[in-house]
Design a protein around this ligand. Structure first.
Ligand SMILES: N[C@H](CCC[C@H](N)C(=O)O)C(=O)O
Length: 328
């Protein structure tokens, strides 16, 4: 039997599998099949999830481990901010360390355990990096520009301005009115740009944001490979950077922002050293369930829910209690 976890960051939900606990690690093909199966709201476990986080040993000393992110549709994401917080917590407890490095697809990133946000609400800070505005980094095409920073893009939507940032997964961001946020535009644009289209050949995470005040944002994201999620850590991080760049008069750099989302909130700090940007993402890392199942079933994605021993924790109730009166 092996144990996997169901976890969330700001209620962006994942299953977490540590390959090093298996007799035989899953192959990449098995991981993708498992991710699509286990996260599915019909065929999956516990109502499914937004993706699968795969932990394995890193060859990059001094990294404590390596994180791979597989979206619910089986596509691979180069980064996952909410996911990295839960992987960071997992590795902190596995190796009894509070400040360490985790290898991700394009960078080895800092992870730091924070003081609990409330009883049974663990908090982790993670580095979101590398950051690029270059067309080729997203990538995007046929928009008539090499960079997109707060510019109108009529072919995507009239009357909005867009910013495109890779952190390093791709994000398209627009600061919108409450009316636009409440409408169907985000769903329509997110759907359109994550199927065959001339603008974002690899798809893109699309976020609409509202500025609550100079220290608070609200962000809703339609995620590549998933659809709407309760929160997107890299989306909220990229939006914080866009906010800092679009409003230099507010001196946002190095200041703590609170970014609300449908799943709760996170905190971010945007940093600039020389012309290099990186973002600190701070937020909960919650384990909702431990799942004991047969390793063989993982290899064949033939998981019979009746054969899985599910142990809920007290942490989700603690998180719900924590965010109950912390809404914008
Ligand atoms: N939810 C994740 C982002 C997953 C990104 C994935 N949807 C992609 O880039 O394909 C986060 O907290 O950053």
């Amino acid at each position: 039997m092996v144990t996997i976890q169901k976890v969330h960051g700001s209620q962006n939900q994942f299953f977490l599998l540590d390959q090093t606990t298996l007799q035989q690690p899953l192959t990449q093909e098995e991981l993708v099949i498992l991710a699509k199966n286990i996260t599915n709201s019909q065929t999956g476990l516990l109502g499914g999830a937004d993706g699968l986080l795969v932990v394995s040993n890193s060859q990059h000393l001094p990294a404590l481990g390596k994180m791979q992110v597989i979206n619910a549709d089986g596509t691979i994401a180069s980064m996952c901010g909410n996911g990295l917080r839960t992987v960071g917590r997992y590795l902190a407890e596995k190796y009894q360390q509070n400040d360490f490095i985790v290898e991700t697809e394009q960078a080895d990133l800092k992870v730091t355990c924070q003081a609990d946000w409330a009883p049974d609400v663990k908090a982790i800070s993670v580095e979101i990096s590398p950051v690029s505005f270059q067309r080729a980094a997203l990538p995007f095409d046929n928009l008539g520009t090499e960079q997109l920073i707060s510019q109108p893009v009529p072919v995507l939507a009239s009357d909005l301005k867009f910013t495109a940032i890779a952190v390093p997964n791709p994000h398209l961001i627009s600061f919108v009115s409450a009316k636009i946020l409440a409408g169907d535009l985000l769903k329509n644009l997110g759907t359109k740009l994550n199927q065959a289209n001339p603008y974002f050949p690899d798809g893109v995470n699309v976020s609409f944001a509202q500025i609550i005040n100079e220290q608070q944002l609200f962000v809703q994201t339609f995620e590549r490979g998933v659809g709407f999620t309760n929160a997107c850590g890299t989306g909220m991080s990229a939006t914080s950077l866009a906010f800092a760049l679009i409003h230099p008069e507010l001196n946002i750099f190095d200041r703590l922002l609170t970014v609300y989302n449908p799943g709760g909130y996170v905190q971010t700090r945007v940093h600039q050293t020389d012309n290099h940007y990186w973002i600190e993402l701070i937020g909960n890392a919650t384990i909702t369930h431990y799942l004991d199942l047969n390793e063989n079933d993982l290899h064949h994605a033939t998981i019979d829910p009746a054969q899985v021993k599910i142990t809920p924790t007290v942490e989700d109730a603690a998180y719900q209690q924590f965010i109950k009166d912390r809404r914008p």
